[in-house]
Design a protein. Structure first.
Length: 572
């Protein structure tokens, strides 16, 4: 079969993840894959850039796909070479260096760029940023800031969102007197309400960071290099280093020049295809779906999966329906979980709230019609997994609302882990799901350190480490209760991991949940599960929460045979 060519414009987190998904679905047999990356590196985790800035991490620490990975997978990478033209009529792209690649399928994953507002005095006559003023978006930005900070006394970060606070913390660690100026009335206004933002401010000011909210920057002072900032209220602040972390803008100009419909970003349908050209797709921060552009990584992973399913034909009906935004963060050591809205909109919305300012603990839930539509957990987030699952699944909540915040009747941790869907994101920074951790343990990794190294879970902000540890223990316990027996595995034994995942029951028999990708299966896979159940005379088949199937009452001697046949089902 003649391969088609897939060209990917963008080697960031969304583009590389999309290619990984294509390869996982047999796309290497369908496509010759060519990627273009503006930066001269492999794909790295942009969420971990603060570690580069503060000097605690190196490029090797944050690389997701090394240069060797591209060679090993047969992917051609043009690194450090930006695509400047898409010729849709000729179905070809041309790069800055003059490289021309024809395509059958084109994926635009150009992400976004740092937004630097047009402050007076911020730019030189040739359009470059004034000496001492830096954007904060790329690896090179971080190295430039860190080098300049060595000779700086006082640094100001413009922007009190997550990136801005990370930059400000890092600058303090580099020896600068560090300040944050923020236009909104409180920090992290997208994740926190005013109460939570105020508590966070007091906490980080205790670390020596200076915070100025409600400040509209109007000008960068200084002739040849930055000397300070001026604000709309007439005040000024002197400084010799400015970092701008005031948001991002989609890199969608390449689509606009190619004649694609661009509003806030490149407009796509539910298959992530351009609405103008079915051979062109877009994912990530450069894509606009149903009027929305997403900046968090979890929606990017969802979009990349839909693209891969559709373009490989694995599921021609695969569709992206949008994402409910929920995230876990660690801000200057403070753990935070946020989901949905931060303030009630409907007059019937219920608000459940608890605050303990001295301990930095704040919890707020917004309930509408018995469902969770918004939540903030700060400081103490042990209920985050349960609440984020309820929010994502739109599950009905218990009438005892206090149980949502404290262990007074909400599901215990063990039940929550078991009922978590396999596709649920555990590590937002690196896009690691519960299912990926289970597969990692099944592959032989039996402790937290090895699971983290293999999956990169909890190697970003670290806020998910306790949950990764709990899931590792959960899967290790399942494996330890299983009975590996290669001697009785028939025929295609080479495709078996060598470990049977099953749970021992009180009567000495076992139960096993067939693992289908992301909790879904095709009709053929469902039929195979039924055939295996009939073949081995499984006493009971139980339908679990989240559409999982549990084969119950399995004898010990049949476990390896059953697992092998179900493993082949999942691999089809």
């Amino acid at each position: 079969m003649t391969k088609r060519k897939l060209v990917v414009v963008g080697n960031g987190m969304a583009g590389a993840r999309a290619v990984e998904n294509v390869l996982a679905r047999g796309g290497g047999e369908l496509f010759d894959i060519v990627m273009f990356g503006d930066e001269p590196y492999g794909n790295y985790n942009r969420i971990m850039l603060s570690g580069i800035l503060e000097g605690s991490k190196t490029l090797d620490d944050i690389l997701i796909n090394t240069p060797a990975w591209y060679a090993e997978t047969g992917v051609t990478l043009h690194s450090g070479d930006r695509v400047v033209e898409i010729d849709r009529a000729a179905k070809a792209v041309r790069s800055r260096r003059g490289v021309v690649e024809n395509y059958d399928v084109l994926l635009i994953a150009t992400g976004s760029k740092a937004f630097v507002p047009p402050f007076a005095g911020a730019f030189t006559a040739d359009g470059a940023l004034k000496t001492g003023v830096f954007a904060y978006r790329t690896l090179d930005d971080c190295t430039g800031i860190a080098d300049y900070a060595k000779g700086a006394r006082k640094a100001v970060t413009i922007g009190g969102g997550l990136l801005g606070l990370e930059a400000a913390r890092a600058l303090g660690g580099l020896g600068c007197e560090s300040h944050v100026v923020h236009l909104a009335g409180h920090l992290l206004e997208l994740q926190l309400d005013a109460t939570g933002g105020g508590m966070l401010r007091r906490t980080i000011e205790g670390f020596g960071l200076h915070v100025h909210t409600g400040k509209a920057t109007t000008a960068v002072l200084g002739e040849d290099r930055v000397a300070g900032l001026a604000f709309k209220d007439g005040t000024t602040i002197d400084c010799d280093l400015v970092v701008v972390a005031a948001g991002v803008r989609p890199n969608s100009e390449i689509g606009l020049r190619a004649g694609l419909t661009v509003e806030r970003a490149i407009v796509v349908n539910d298959h992530m295809q351009s609405i103008d050209d079915r051979s062109v797709y877009a994912v990530g921060e450069c894509a606009q779906h149903r009027g929305k552009v997403y900046g968090l990584v979890a929606p990017l992973w969802d979009q990349a999966k839909v693209f891969a399913e559709h373009v490989t034909g694995r599921d021609a009906q695969a569709a992206y329906h949008g994402s409910k935004l929920a995230t876990k963060l660690k801000v200057m050591g403070v753990e935070l979980a946020s989901m949905g809205i931060t303030e009630p909109y409907d007059e019937h919305d219920e608000v459940i709230q608890f605050a303990e300012p001295k301990r930095g603990t704040y919890k707020k839930l917004i309930v509408r019609d018995g469902r969770l539509v918004g939540g903030i957990l700060m400081g103490e987030i042990s209920k985050a997994a349960y609440l984020m699952q309820a929010f994502d699944r739109d599950s009905p909540l218990p009438e005892e609302r206090l149980a949502l915040l404290f262990d007074l009747g909400a599901p215990p941790v063990a039940v929550t882990l078991e009922e978590m869907p396999a596709e649920m994101q555990v590590c937002n920074c690196n896009g690691v799901t519960k299912g990926a951790i289970g597969a990692c343990v099944a592959a032989g990794n039996r402790d937290l350190g090895s699971v983290m190294a293999a999956t990169r879970a909890s190697m970003g902000c670290g806020s998910c480490k306790s949950q990764v540890a709990a899931l590792t223990d959960y899967f290790v316990e399942q494996v330890s209760e299983a009975v590996p027996d290669r001697a009785v595995v028939a025929e295609d034994a080479s495709r078996l991991d060598g470990h049977v995942q099953a749970r021992i029951l009180d009567d000495g028999t076992f139960s096993m949940m067939p693992d289908t990708e992301d909790g879904h299966c095709t009709p053929a896979q469902l039929l195979r599960i039924a055939e295996v159940a009939v073949k081995y005379k499984v006493p009971s088949v139980k339908l679990m929460g989240h559409d999982r199937i549990d084969l119950v009452g399995l004898p010990k001697d049949d476990l390896a045979r059953i697992w092998n046949e179900l493993y082949l089902t999942a691999a089809e």
